[in-house]
Design a protein around this ligand. Sequence first.
Ligand code: GDP
Ligand code: MG
Length: 421
Amino acid sequence: MQFAPEPHRRIGHNYPSFLSPHPPLMALNKPTRYLLLALGILLSLHFLLSATHEPYSKATSLSSLSSVWTKDKPKYSDTAIPAHPEFDPPPKWATGGVGGAANATRANATFVMLARNSDVNGAVQSIRSIEDRFNREYGYPYVFLNEEPWTDEFKKRISVLTKAPIEFGVIPHDWWFQPDWIDEERATQGRKKMEEQGIIYAGSVSYRNMCRFNSGFFFKHEMLLKYRWYWRIEPDVMFHCTLNFDPFVYMEKQKKTYAFTIALYEWAATIPTLWDTVKNFIKENPTYVAANNAMGFLSENNGHDFNMCHFWSNFEIADMDFWRGEIYTKFFEYLDKTGGFYYEASCSRWGDAPVHSIAASIFLPKDKIHFFNEIGYEHPPNQHCPKDDEIWKKGMCGCDQGKTHDYGPYSCQHQWDRIFQ
Ligand SMILES: Nc1nc2c(ncn2[C@@H]2O[C@H](COP(=O)(O)OP(=O)(O)O)[C@@H](O)[C@H]2O)c(=O)[nH]1
Ligand SMILES: [Mg+2]
């Protein structure tokens, strides 16, 4: 059966359109009509939103749309200082890249800095330096320790320098201040005597607190307990070479325990009470002495006298499990109970530098101690700058090789070298 089209539905008609019995829209076919209707609704919505919502109006204005098409140049041409740091690409360590967090070879390690609030400028300089030469690519965390609460100013100026996690800790009172059982009169006498001899820091009680804390307590701080490895950093130090490797991972893989960059000794004649105390401890605990130790670094006569050689502990990368272990715990307690940190000479002999150095050199086999030649490092007035041209170039070291401390007049590098010959 055929359907004849009804006359009023016919599209092809005979009268002119203005005489059409239907409105113009109705003159179009069905899909076109719906399309135009939808367009109309959209346009009405656009005008309504433009009139009532400013952000919408701005975003859809012709001028802003044209910038998309004409690809306006960015306002900031200096890409080294991004205008909006939050839009930086994430650092490699955060995405599991070079030494990254997701990288299985990453060490359980942290930086640690002991400082005062007044050290803020020096602390900023040191963190900028280590971030620039190493940590920007690795993101190891930082722990800052102080016997006083940190100021907002210190925290603010440090926090802005790195994307790595940072903790600001306070030292428990008894780990810092002079213990009650110390005879203050004797301690005062000791300080006076040293001052008369013109020994640096001789009159300073806080310096002795610092030496004792660094010798026996920092690694027990609750913020450090979760870590095995630490890298000690002080305010006002500089790192002169870019590190193309992760020193923490190196220590772990090579089974090292303690690492240094500068070895030096004191010329000053001293009362050898530290060494006598050490020798007494060894006599009482002969089994603690390691086979193949580094006694040859500390002494010219097989341990009879101390030659004053020590590792400069303002730089240290080490395994805190060694300080936390039985041998060092007993050793530190033995030294501490003599009161030597407060009664005896200057910190340079009863400080963390000789105390750590002596312990590492006697209670560890010598091949557990490592000299990091690649780490250009400066704590004024001394610096280690790699003498080897290849290492110097590879690390893009900016330091003056002629000024390296390595074999200078106060250096103990020879004593270090000789124990491996
Ligand atoms: N919180 C705190 N840190 C200190 C104090 N004295 C020294 N330090 C820190 O201990 C470390 C060694 O002190 P520093 O003055 O650099 O001694 P030097 O390197 O032997 O001349 C540095 O990290 C200092 O910031 C103190 O009284 N309080
Ligand atoms: Mg210092």
